[in-house]
Design a protein around this ligand. Structure first.
Ligand SMILES: [Zn+2]
Length: 134
């Protein structure tokens, strides 16, 4: 399955470095303890810029899902239809990830399905985080 290759910036670089080591980390605010993803320069709750990184369990659940059938992105054209799920992290339901649920046949998804992070190889050999049903 082709993937769009991410381009890390200064804020997201630690996240992508961890993904290359098959680890899923999220930001945590040292002022108010809020967990945060995607990475931002400041806390979404208290605006502190004192952010650190914490390891996650890599476990989550499907919050909602749909099927991508008419993407105009050429990189996706050959794969459609394609699952597109929103996954919530078990540690914090406010943290969401998007996933195509690789290995799960299209539409074989239910809200509440348990998932865990997995890492797939992009065309350039780098790893990208994804989620699979468990
Ligand atoms: Zn905060």
């Amino acid at each position: 399955m082709p993937y769009i290759i991410p381009v890390p910036d200064e804020v997201s670089q630690p996240f992508w470095d961890a993904v290359q080591e098959r680890r899923l980390i999220v930001q945590q605010c040292t002022a108010c303890n809020t967990l945060q993803y995607p990475p931002r320069a400041a806390c979404q709750d208290c605006n502190s810029d004192q952010m650190t990184w914490v390891e996650t369990s890599g476990k989550g659940h499907v919050l909602t899902w749909g099927v991508l059938e008419d993407s105009h992105l050429p990189v996706r054209a050959a794969d459609q239809p394609l699952n597109l799920a929103v996954v919530t992290l078990d540690e914090d339901p406010n943290i969401n990830f998007y996933s195509n649920l690789p290995g799960t046949p299209v539409r074989q998804v239910k809200v509440g399905d348990a998932v865990e992070v997995t890492f797939v190889e992009a065309p350039d050999g780098s790893l990208i985080h994804e989620w699979k049903k468990i």
